[in-house]
Unconditional design. Structure first.
Ligand code: MOS
Length: 703
């Protein structure tokens, strides 16, 4: 299946749903688009972060004098001289991660903790000086041992309750004709987006300006205003182009250090992270150890479902990888128990990453479903269809729309599932054993309050302003199409301005909620503008501007369970003499509400599925017990799927609509990775007859 990228200049029937190339595409491919680390500023100074070389202990002293005498060095900021920060607040996404509150005390909770910022006239001078800074530590023993056998784990809520329980689990398991009881592990994984974190901070006429690469200017303004005890109105954050985020681009040490240095020196200061620094400063996905127990009648109907997940967090902050999230929405059972536990170690704080919770959780749950299908002698799709719930298994709420069955039916038809021989290990092609697998996907579909402003210009064009973030998703283009339809104008008459906190508060590019949240606000502003124009108002030379805020309108989403869904299919070839696993093809069919721009939506879903290949076969950060750090913290040591690993990957969707949402969008940001690793693992079982319950499925594990 191919889609021809065509730019429809004056569509006959609306722009939403037509393939449209990125409005900033030309700027990006010609290099005209500037990213945070390369925007020029007069009188710019450069900061370089110094990270701890021990995994636990205290800073005894820093030998700053020799460094201050080095060429071009302007300042060394550290815990004894840096401005004090306020960390006692609840921000847009909860309490701040103290990892970003740098230089506040002498404690070192993990390897790679920021201990100083060296500021100099050039980046080279800053780096040279930072690498010369001698820091004396009082080292203490560190503990990085993540294991389900630990006795110091505890239940933790995070973004959802730690525990959900209904029914008598042991009784239902005992009454089940078929039981699956399996343990799954997923490793520490890192975001590794293309563009490293970078920020420039400066004071301009009494306002703090930060030019940044982030997933939400409103979010960063809020955190910086809180940390530095500033009026949010006196902080402006701009983030025009973002080279990927995957959950890691909120507030991090570099913005905070840049603001500190800009304040001390009263000149613009830029701090750019290196790839290696990102491995300890920008969050990551916790490893997980999960146990799934399923009990079913002989016909596959679930009587018992238990999903427990252990994750780690740091000594300074709690973050829960909510791996049981898919179990709480996908399948019901008379006894249904889920639980998240944490253990605190001398490691950096994990964070949101590419379908946080759902990605590792769906690997365990959807692998266990496949094992149950095998034991029941049922087709894995049929097993899932027999267990489609009427209501949210934990919430008890009706679904706004689900359409998972439609995804499986369409996917099965296109993938050729009907011809599948269910027996494992019986298809051979030369040195390869072949297999196919499937899994379900889901990701929550929410929306957050946003403000949009639209100006009808005197020349017949429109300028839309919203503090949205396009982190590579195509959001800027999708919003252009949304605005075009709402204004009944062709897309080339829309000027879409995003990534500036001065445009008013808006939702982040996160939780797959961005485009939906922003589109809602853009439509509201457009409706009001059209109403005014319809009343015959004249457009003055400076244009006519309206502003809309969706805070109240979002109430219509209450009372129903909302998710995007999908059916993932994979075909693999496994060489059992070398352990090599090759994905040959993948197909994902999704039910994700209205698809605004099929061109960029397909890219986003395919991108998620490729992350699934990466998760299934490649990605794994391994920590060294002696140092407490990640081995090979760069893109040579941390292997992500590359072109040579990625075969034909197709994504498409079924009709789906969220009835309570005026745009009908549900969100496609993250659902593409969910279930993808399970589909591949299930295909490896079908090829070889061996279950792989530990990711990644490395050659040494296949052998
Ligand atoms: Mo996404 S992990 O919510 O950026």
């Amino acid at each position: 299946m191919t889609t021809t990228p065509t730019r429809t200049r004056t569509p006959a029937r609306g722009s939403t749903g037509t393939a449209y190339t990125r409005v900033e595409g030309r700027e990006k491919v010609t290099g005209a688009a500037r990213y945070a680390g390369e925007i020029p500023f007069a009188d710019l100074a450069h900061g370089w972060l110094v990270l701890s070389t021990v995994a636990h202990g205290r800073i005894r002293s820093l030998d700053t004098d020799p460094v201050l005498a080095m060429p071009g060095v302007l300042a060394v900021l550290h815990h004894e001289n840096a401005p004090r920060l306020n960390t006692d607040y609840v921000g847009m996404l909860g309490k701040p991660d103290p990892t970003c509150a740098v230089f506040q005390n002498d404690r070192v909770p993990h390897l790679g903790w920021p201990v100083a910022l060296v500021v100099a006239e050039t980046p080279e001078q800053a780096r040279e000086a930072a690498e010369s800074l001698v820091v004396h530590y009082e080292q203490e023993p560190h503990d990085i041992d993540f294991s389900p056998a630990r006795t110091d784990t505890y239940p933790a809520d995070g973004h959802m309750p730690a525990v959900t329980e209904k029914g008598d689990l042991e009784a239902e398991l005992a009454a089940s004709a078929v039981v699956v009881d399996a343990e799954y592990t997923t490793p520490e994984e890192h975001h590794s987006m293309m563009e490293p974190h970078a920020a420039t901070a400066l004071w301009d006429g009494g306002r703090l300006e930060v030019v940044d690469s982030n997933q939400g200017a409103t979010w960063v303004v809020g955190e910086l205003a809180n940390l530095f005890s500033l009026d949010p109105a006196s902080v402006r954050v701009r983030s025009e182009h973002v080279g990927g985020g995957f959950g890691s681009k909120g507030v991090r040490a570099h913005q905070v250090a840049a603001v500190m240095a800009a304040t001390e020196l009263q000149r613009p200061v830029r701090v750019v992270m290196t790839r290696r620094q990102m491995f300890s400063l920008t969050g990551y996905r916790s490893p997980t150890a999960q146990r799934v127990r399923l009990g079913a009648d002989a016909d596959g109907r679930l009587r018992a479902l238990e999903h427990r997940s252990l994750n780690l967090t740091s000594q300074v902050h709690e973050f829960v990888e909510s791996s049981t999230a898919p179990s709480r929405v996908m399948y019901d059972a008379d006894a249904h128990h889920t639980a998240h536990r944490l253990v605190r170690l001398n490691v950096p704080t994990p964070t949101f990453m590419r379908a946080p919770g759902e990605a590792p959780g769906s690997f365990a749950l959807e692998s266990a479903l496949d094992e149950l299908a095998e034991k029941c002698g049922l087709d894995p799709i049929e097993l899932r269809l027999r267990n489609e719930p009427e209501r949210g298994p934990v919430s008890g709420l009706p679904f706004a729309s689900r359409n998972l069955a439609a995804c499986f039916r369409e996917g099965a038809r296109r993938f050729g599932w009907a011809d599948r021989d269910p027996r494992p290990g019986v298809r051979r092609e030369g040195r390869w054993l072949l297999g196919t697998g499937t899994a379900a996907a889901s990701f929550s579909a929410g929306a957050g309050p946003s403000t949009a402003t639209i100006t009808a210009e005197a020349d017949g064009t429109y300028t839309v302003r919203i503090a949205a973030a396009d982190i590579g998703t195509g959001a800027r283009t999708a919003l252009t199409l949304i605005a075009a339809d709402a204004l009944e104008a062709p897309p080339d008459r829309i000027r879409m301005r995003i990534g500036d906190s001065d445009f008013g508060p808006a939702m982040i590019a996160g939780g797959s909620t961005g485009t939906r949240s922003w589109a809602w606000a853009v439509r509201a502003a457009a409706a009001e503008l059209r109403e005014r124009l319809a009343l015959g108002a004249d457009i003055p030379p400076e244009g006519m501007t309206v502003r809309a805020d969706t805070t109240e309108a979002l109430g219509t989403l209450a009372g129903k369970e909302r998710h995007s869904y999908g059916a993932q299919f994979a075909e693999v070839a496994v060489d059992v003499t070398t352990g090599e696993v090759r994905v040959r093809r993948m197909l994902g069919i999704f039910a994700a509400g209205t698809i605004v721009n099929p061109l960029t939506a397909r890219s986003q879903l395919v991108g998620g599925m490729i992350w699934g290949i990466s998760m299934a076969l490649h990605e794994e950060a391994v920590r060294d017990r002696a140092s407490g750090g990640v081995y090979g913290p760069d893109l040579a040591g941390y292997h992500v799927a590359t072109h040579a690993d990625v075969p034909l990957v197709e994504a498409d969707w079924v009709d789906d609509h969220d009835p309570e949402d005026p745009v009908g969008i549900k969100g496609i940001g993250e659902v593409g990775i969910v279930g993808a690793a399970a589909a591949i693992a299930n295909a490896v079982w079908h090829a070889t007859g061996v279950r792989h319950r530990d990711l990644p499925i490395r050659p040494d594990r296949v052998l």
